[in-house]
Structure formats: structure tokens, C-alpha cells
Design a protein around this ligand. Structure first.
Ligand code: PRX
Length: 648
């Protein structure tokens, strides 16, 4: 975050106590829960786990050999059983599970029984294709109900899913398939986005040219002939054909609490994405409780998390949390501005959405579009709002509260990560006095701290690095296939503590103010992208000798991708080449990683040991006074770059 933004954030003095209705009827109304959880975290989490259905109870709540955790040791359960069978067997069978809106205006409503039936059938399809417990299944799809069905079908038979965001390129998909050694790929012929179609199957074919572990591909027909999808005999199958004669019942696999539930890839500080591993019992316990308490989920709520299932938010707040709690939710395909900028608010009004969850980038975009769009719709059904993914500036928070929430809906600013499984720093709507821009306090049962370079706790009022000091059930267990990197990345900087990679300040009341990443990870419109990934994509282009990428402060997206590039001898830095390089990165990684700015540099500023000084590049891009330049090999390089940048 830019210095000025941090100052504004920390100067924020407005506060919002819990509305009366929430104080009276929220799931959590008594602050003693924090103490109870602190005194005996294992008893606290065990009580939460007991809300789920277990085929076999656990013998031990926690086995902790830092950093290796095992929760609910010896317990057996099944995630799809908990998210579906439990509801089908207890009076919710005719309740709408998913109200789906497709982009071209089509829609479907699936009851819990509908989802349960389709999940059973697809689980049988996967089995028939040879998928066994422990085999990985890759899912590369848009936001259609079949994605949710496929995920639950995977967990029903104990096959961990690895969902790859539909906006990722063929190469990104290939790398993720290969890392997980997935056996089956489930995709769609295409998906709708802003009036055009995304060629999912075409990308998948490109990826599969070099992904030999995939034996079978299942393709949902979403777009039809327009997609131009080709089917390869023997390997590719239409979803509808396989489902036509699939048996209706599939016995849920009795999974060990510590069996892998899924892998989800996220960016780290190196170019290679990390496969974050979540396990069954701990993850499900954490997300069930967190969804229920933070969003105050009740029987008649209509919940809508407007995230994509390709990210962890969609896993936790669409597929697992709300479904474990048996609520009705809205799911949509496409974007908020198509066919027009009133789309989301029309959906809220149409279905009477009561809880709405989105990201700060979206809120800032709505703000820029103006109040006329939400103003045209009746949003009175809303009772609670959520935000996640990036620091939210107080102005955006207050706008959201006022114009979307009508001043009556508490705003839950939820801080967490792919690795943490569910929100860890977050308000509770019946208890927490909200301060716009602060994610407030740790969730019950979570122990966090803000520490300095040496790992010493920083007193209230000070800033440093956010760490987590005690294990929690939904924490990641490892990086798939790379346990050393798990230890190195998260547990080595401050031994015994989980390092989040986020800067944080605690105010005198103990509120946490997240300040953005302190490592080489960017947060662009809520998407986590590593500087190294973009740099590798740039140097992969035949004209580029060297590249340095930074996240530059951006009014709407939080950060924008800014690249400094030096070209190979004899190559001219033309405007056309800038466009070509941007397109090259988009092709290599996906459109979300397309640089906003590319600047040619004769040389990049380096330390005497040859390390690129990104900090100085950030200063240049954000127009700040230059930080310490004494370690530079050649200070003239950076002075020249600054001059050049200011001219452009
Ligand atoms: O920097 C933090 C930021 O998003 C990072 C995690 O990204 P990802 O794993 O993609 O998960 C995003 C959705 C959970 C964090 O390290 N972040 C997430 N939520 C917030 C946030 N920063 C500030 N405030 C938040 N509420």
C-alpha cells in the first residue's frame, strides 16, 4: 500500500457498533466466546467439529509437531455427506441450494436434493473413468453449477480436486495439472464473459498436449457450436452423455479427517505456483463455523458470495461453508457490468439476497460508476455485507455501508489467505464495533500477533508483520509435493510462528489494520500474482533481456502491474512492442496478469551482489522520494530511470 493510503487508513476514527437486531439475534452475542476459546482452544474446536456428521469420532483433537498439524485424529467423515446428505435427510431436501444466473440471461434453481443427485451421479461417472480415492482431478470451468457438482463428486469418492481458475491460460493450466499429476480433467466447451465466450476446451487441448497424466476429459456443453470445441476420440467425453446412464447412488467414502480434501494453487514469491493442501476434517470444521458466525447464516438467508470458485473465497464461501450450513445461495456467471452496470443489484432485488460478499476492487468500481445503479433497485433485503481479498480504504467501506447496505448492514472486512482456509481476522456482526478499513480482531480460537524483524511482539500502536502463533483446524497442511517449501515459506522466518507475508498495524484498542504484502507478491484487483511469475513470462519473450516487476498503487485495483524491461542488444523499444509484451504475458499466465505499464530501461537498478532493487522501482512508480540507495552498484541507473519515468 502507498504511504499516503496507509496514513489515511490509520487516521480513520469513525466506528460503527453492532446494529440492535444483530446484538439481539446473531449467532454470537456473548464476548465470553473469545476467552472460552483462548482458555481451551481444543475444546472450542472440538465443539465446532461436533456440529458435523462423523462416521467415526476422533480419538484426539490435535497432534501438533510444529509445523505439522493433525486435527481430529482418527475421525472419519465425508465432505459431500456433510454438505448434502445431511440436509437431504433432515427436511432441507426441497430447499434451494443454488440459484444460478447465467450471463446470457438463462437461469437454474437446484434444490439440495437436485445437487445431491447430480453429485452422486457424477461421482459414479468419475469412478467409471477409473478415479480412485487419492487420485487428483483437475477442474477448469466457468461459474456453472456443474463446477460445484464436480467438486462435491470428487470429495464424495475421496479424490482431491484441483480447481484452476477459468481465466488462466493453457500454460498455467498445464503446469498445475502436471504438478498435481491429475488423472481426469473436467472442463466446459466454453464460458460466457462480457458478451463473448472464453474458449475453455481449446485452452484445455493446448494444455493437454503436454500433460500426460490426464487419461480422460469430461466436457460440459455450455456454449455449444460457437465454442468451436473439438472432441478427441477415446479421451474426451460429453458430461451429459456420461451422466445419462450414471447410477443414482454413490456410497460416500469414509475419509480420514487428515485425508486431503483439495489442492488449490496460489502464487508465492517464486515463479512456481504453490499447491496449497487442505484436509477434510479440519477444513470443514473451520469453514462451517466461520461462515455461520461471520455471516450470521440463518435458515432463511439468501447468501451471495460474488467471487469465482477458481479462488479460495469461492471454495470456502460458495462450495463448502454455505453448503455445510444448508443455506440457499446465489451463484452467477459473467461480470458485474454485463449486460449493464446494474446487474448485481438487479440480482439482489430479484432473489431478495440477504447477505452479500465481494472484494474492495469491486466496491471501488461500483463507487466510480456512481449511486444511480444501486439506486435503481430495491436492496432492502440485504442485512449483512462482506469484503475480502485486499485492504479496503475507509471511503470505499463507508460507501458500501451507506449505498449498498442502506446504513443498516454491518460490513465484515475479512482477512485471510488461501493457506488459512477461512477468515482469521474478522468482525463478528453481533459483537464487534466496526472501524472502516480495519479487519478488526482475530476470530475466536485464533491467536495472532504483530511482530518486528526479530519476531518480537510489537506493542499496541505499532506495526510489523502479521503472524499466527497457534495451530487452527483449517490451516494448510503442506505444499503439494514440496514439504520443504512449506516449512521454508511459512515457518522459517519466525520459528514456531506462521508467517503470513502481510504487514499489519495494531491500534491502541487492539484492532488489526492490514497493510498489504511485504514480500514479492502483488495483489491486483484481489488477485494474488507473483512478481517473479510475470518477470519469467516477460523474459520468455525473445526481445527481453531482463525484467523487474512491481505492484504500483492503483486507485481501483489496489495495485497495478508495472514492469521495467531491458531489451536485448539491437532491439528497439517501440510502442508496438509494449503491446506485444503485454499480450505475451496474458497468453503465458492469463489476462489477470497483463501488465498495466511497461517501461523500457537501459539497465535495472541492482545491488552490488546483483539483486534487483524492486523497492526503488516501487518508489519511482509511486512517485515517492527515493529510499536508501547506498547499496546500489550504480546509483546513476536509478536516477536515470526516475527521470525517464517522470517524463513519460
Ligand atoms: O495480503 C492479504 C490479502 O490477500 C492475501 C491472500 O490472498 P489469497 O490467498 O488469494 O486469498 C484471498 C482471499 C482470502 C493476503 O495475504 N487480503 C485478503 N483479505 C484481506 C487482505 N488484505 C487486507 N484485508 C483483507 N480483508
Amino acid at each position: 500500500m502507498a504511504d499516503k493510503a496507509i496514513e489515511v487508513l490509520l487516521d480513520e476514527r469513525r466506528s460503527f457498533p453492532p446494529p440492535k437486531g444483530f446484538k439481539k439475534s446473531a449467532h454470537v452475542r456473548n464476548a465470553s466466546v473469545f476467552n472460552t476459546a483462548r482458555k481451551n482452544p481444543q475444546a472450542f474446536w472440538a465443539k465446532a467439529a461436533k456440529e458435523l456428521h462423523w462416521f467415526k469420532p476422533w480419538k484426539k483433537v490435535l497432534e501438533w509437531n510444529s509445523p505439522w498439524a493433525k486435527w481430529f485424529v482418527g475421525g472419519k467423515l465425508n465432505a459431500s455427506y456433510n454438505c448434502l446428505d445431511r440436509h437431504v435427510n433432515s427436511g432441507r431436501k426441497n430447499k434451494a441450494a443454488i440459484i444460478w444466473e447465467g450471463e446470457p440471461g438463462d437461469g437454474r434453481v437446484l434444490t439440495y436434493r437436485d445437487v445431491w443427485r447430480e453429485v452422486n451421479k457424477f461421482a459414479n461417472v468419475l469412478k467409471k473413468l477409473g478415479v480412485k480415492k487419492g487420485d487428483r482431478v483437475c477442474l477448469y470451468m466457468g461459474m456453472i453449477p456443474e463446477l460445484v457438482i464436480a467438486m462435491h463428486a470428487c470429495n464424495r469418492i475421496g479424490a482431491p480436486h484441483s480447481v484452476v481458475f477459468g481465466g488462466f491460460s493453457a500454460e498455467s493450466l498445464r503446469d498445475r495439472i502436471n504438478d498435481a499429476q491429475a488423472k481426469v480433467l473436467v472442463t466446459a466447451d466454453g464460458g460466457y464473459r462480457r458478451g463473448t465466450t472464453v474458449p475453455l476446451k481449446k485452452n484445455a487441448d493446448e494444455a493437454l498436449a503436454d500433460a500426460p497424466s490426464i487419461e480422460n476429459v469430461v466436457v460440459v456443453k455450455r456454449v455449444g457450436a460457437e465454442s468451436g470445441a473439438q472432441m478427441k476420440d477415446g479421451r474426451d467425453h460429453w458430461w451429459e452423455d456420461l451422466m445419462a446412464d450414471a447410477a443414482l447412488w454413490c456410497e460416500p467414502e469414509k475419509m480420514d479427517s487428515e485425508d486431503m480434501l483439495y489442492i488449490l494453487y496460489t502464487s508465492g514469491t517464486t515463479g512456481k505456483p504453490k499447491g496449497i493442501v487442505h484436509t477434510t476434517g479440519g477444513y470443514l470444521t473451520g469453514v462451517t463455523l466461520a461462515n455461520k458466525w461471520i455471516f450470521d447464516m440463518k435458515e432463511d438467508d439468501i447468501f451471495w458470495c460474488a467471487a469465482d470458485i477458481g479462488w479460495v473465497t469461492g471454495h470456502t464461501h460458495i462450495v463448502y461453508g454455505p453448503m455445510a450450513n444448508g443455506v440457499t445461495q446465489v451463484m452467477y456467471e459473467g461480470t458485474p457490468d454485463w449486460p449493464d452496470r446494474g446487474r448485481l443489484w438487479r440480482i439482489v432485488e430479484k432473489y431478495g439476497v440477504t447477505i452479500f460478499h465481494t472484494a474492495p476492487t469491486a466496491i471501488r468500481t461500483f463507487m466510480r460508476w456512481g449511486t444511480e445503479y444501486p439506486g435503481e433497485h430495491n436492496l432492502k433485503s440485504l442485512r449483512l455485507l462482506g469484503t475480502v481479498g485486499e485492504p479496503i480504504n475507509p471511503e470505499a467501506w463507508v460507501w458500501y455501508h451507506k449505498y449498498i447496505g442502506g446504513g443498516r448492514c454491518p460490513v465484515m472486512d475479512t482477512w485471510w489467505q488461501t493457506e488459512t482456509g477461512h477468515p482469521l481476522i474478522t468482525p463478528l456482526p453481533g459483537l464487534t464495533k466496526l472501524k472502516p478499513g480495519s479487519a478488526t480482531m482475530p476470530f475466536p480460537g485464533i491467536e495472532a500477533d504483530v511482530v518486528d524483524e526479530k519476531g518480537q511482539s510489537v506493542p499496541k500502536g505499532g506495526g510489523g508483520y502479521l503472524v499466527l502463533t497457534k495451530p487452527w483446524p483449517a490451516m494448510m497442511r503442506t505444499i503439494y509435493g514440496d514439504p520443504d517449501r512449506f516449512v521454508q515459506t511459512y515457518w522459517s522466518r519466525f520459528p514456531g510462528k506462521y508467517f503470513t507475508g502481510d504487514g499489519c498495524k495494531r491500534d491502541k484498542d487492539g484492532y488489526y489494520w492490514l497493510l498489504g504484502r511485504v514480500d514479492d507478491v502483488m495483489n491486483v484487483a484481489g488477485h494474488r500474482i507473483s512478481t517473479m511469475e510475470v518477470e519469467s513470462a516477460l523474459v520468455d519473450h525473445s526481445s527481453v533481456a531482463e525484467a523487474a516487476v512491481i505492484g504500483k498503487a492503483h486507485e481501483i485495483k489496489g495495485q497495478a502491474i508495472c514492469a521495467f524491461v531491458s531489451l536485448k542488444m539491437g532491439i528497439d523499444g517501440s510502442a508496438a512492442l509494449v503491446d506485444e509484451l503485454k499480450a505475451h504475458v496474458a497468453k503465458k499466465i492469463g489476462p489477470i496478469a497483463r501488465p498495466d505499464e511497461i517501461l523500457y530501461a537501459a539497465e535495472l537498478p541492482k545491488t552490488r551482489s546483483g539483486k534487483i532493487m524492486r523497492r526503488l522501482l516501487r518508489d519511482i512508480a509511486d512517485g515517492r522520494a527515493m529510499g536508501d540507495t547506498t547499496t546500489l552498484a550504480d546509483p546513476a541507473v536509478v536516477a536515470k530511470l526516475k527521470e525517464q519515468y517522470e517524463e513519460e
